[in-house]
Write a protein that binds this ligand. Sequence first.
Ligand SMILES: [Zn+2]
Length: 245
Amino acid sequence: MMIQELKEIVVEANKELLKRKVVIYSWGNVSAIDRNKGIIVIKPVGLPYDELTTENISVVDLEGKPVRGEKNPLKPSVDLDIHRALYENFQECQAVVHTHSTYATVMAQLHHEIPCFGTTHADYFAGTIPCVDLLTDDEVINDYEWNTGMAIVKYFRTHNINPEEIPAALSINHGPFTWGEDAWDAVHKAVVLEEICKMAVHMLEINPDCTAIPKVISDKHFFRKHGVNAYFMNDDHGHGMIHNK
Ligand SMILES: [Zn+2]
C-alpha cells in the first residue's frame, strides 16, 4: 500500500469516530502502521476532526520520529507512544483506536472489567475485556504514555490473554483502546465496545451481581466468526483480526 493510501484511510477512520459519536472535540485518535515501510500514520495533537487532511496528518517512524519527506506540519497525538507500545508488542495489530466514549470510560473510571454479559460481546471479544493495572508513581512521572501502553501489554502477558481474541482494553481511570487488522476494523471495535459497555453499565445498575454468560456460549459465538474453524463470516458483525487465518 502507498503511504498516501494509508493516510487517506487513517483520515477517514478518524472522522468516523465523530460520525459514530464515540468522540467529541478531539478526544480520540486512530493510527495505523505499515510494518514493511516502518511508518505509523496518526492523528496530530488537538486538531478538530473536520480539519484533518492527508496534508496535515502525522507520519512517523517506528520510534515516533517524523518521517523525512513527509510534511508533518503538526505534532503527532500525545498518545503516540501508547500506540507505539501496542504495535511493538502486539505484532498482529495493524491499527489502534483510542477514545473517551462515555460508557467505556465510565467502566475504566470504576476500575471495572467488562465481563461477557451476552452474545453481542461474544461476537467480537472472546471473553472479559480487562481494565488494566494502575501505573506506579514513577511510571506516571517518567514516560507516562509509553508506560500506559505497556500497562496493557503487561496485563495481557501476565494473564495470558491473546490480543487477537480480546482486541480491546480499558486503561484504568482513563478510557478504552481497541486494535485490529486495519483502521476500519479497529474503529468498528471501538464503536461496538461503547455499545457493549452501555449494556454492561445498565445491567450492573439493575443487578450488580450479574455474571458472564457460560463460556460454551461465548466461545461458540466468537469462534464461529473468528479463527480457523469460523463458518459464519458473511456479515460485518463480529468481523475480526483473525477471521481469515
Ligand atoms: Zn485519552
